[in-house]
Design a binder for this molecule. Structure first.
Ligand SMILES: [Fe+2]
Length: 246
């Protein structure tokens, strides 16, 4: 039959700014080189992304990225984009693990931080336990003028059976960024259920791709072809992805 193997065209995302990806080449567990970065960029363009904030990991002992390493990787990417004639508005930021390195940066005044536009700061817990003294840390960030966004709250299994933790953090002023990949079911049943629960309870402030590699890009592309995506998009039209630039 003729339609076997024919690729479906994904629906466009209902916003144009992606705030979470590991697209910068060679500085974390995301894209290994500039050519792969451009390939991933093309996927994003096919979803309707017009602007992106790249957010390489900053994690003690694994990816101790700094504004210098991030800037150098950005220049490599831009060079490859120029070579291939690909255009995209790109802003450099980072995804900060709230570990001892993060405390050190904050204690030194925070000038080493690369927030998103509007002083939003993408932070993450470790996957084994919440950051120590998380409430105080978030409060201190806000006192310093940052607006913390917790990356993929639905992926922290230790909150799954304590849903009141989500309400508590959100009420305390911490914004939530849910991964498209969680909604797509890429990480399994539990993160998907919690992501949907956060949607239902109006606690999704931002969506992000958290794109690391081609498998992620394919999973998101496939999900954008589903009816489920369309139905969810109607419920999430108030997310702030594009608004931080206005
Ligand atoms: Fe990430």
């Amino acid at each position: 039959m003729f339609w076997f193997g024919k690729k479906k065209t994904p629906e466009q995302l209902f916003y144009h700014t992606d705030l979470h990806s590991h697209l910068l080449p060679g500085i974390d567990d995301g894209s290994p080189d500039a050519a792969t970065s451009v390939e991933l960029l093309r996927y994003m363009q096919s979803w309707g992304v017009k602007r992106l904030c790249v957010t390489p990991h900053v994690v003690l002992g694994r990816f101790e990225n700094t504004p210098e390493s991030i800037g150098a990787a950005y220049r490599q990417l831009q060079q490859e984009m120029d070579r291939q004639g690909v255009e995209m508005e790109i802003h450099c930021s980072a995804e900060y693990r709230m570990d001892d390195n993060f405390h050190r940066i904050l204690d030194a005044g925070g000038s080493e931080l690369l927030p998103l536009p509007g002083n939003y700061l993408l932070v993450e817990n470790s996957f084994s336990q919440p950051a120590l003294d998380l409430d105080n840390l978030l409060f201190n960030l806000m006192l310093k003028g940052f607006q913390p966004i917790l990356a993929h709250p639905e992926r922290y299994h230790y909150y799954h059976s304590k849903k009141e933790s989500y309400q508590h953090l959100h009420n305390a002023g911490c914004l939530f960024q849910v991964n498209l990949l969680s909604l797509a079911g890429h990480y399994g049943k539990a993160p998907k259920e919690v992501a949907l629960w956060l949607c239902k309870n109006d606690m999704v402030d931002f969506l992000g791709s958290d794109l690391h590699h081609r498998d992620h890009a394919e999973a998101i592309t496939e999900w954008l072809c589903t009816k489920e995506y369309r139905q969810l998009a109607d419920r999430l039209e108030n997310i702030r992805n594009d608004k931080i630039f206005t």
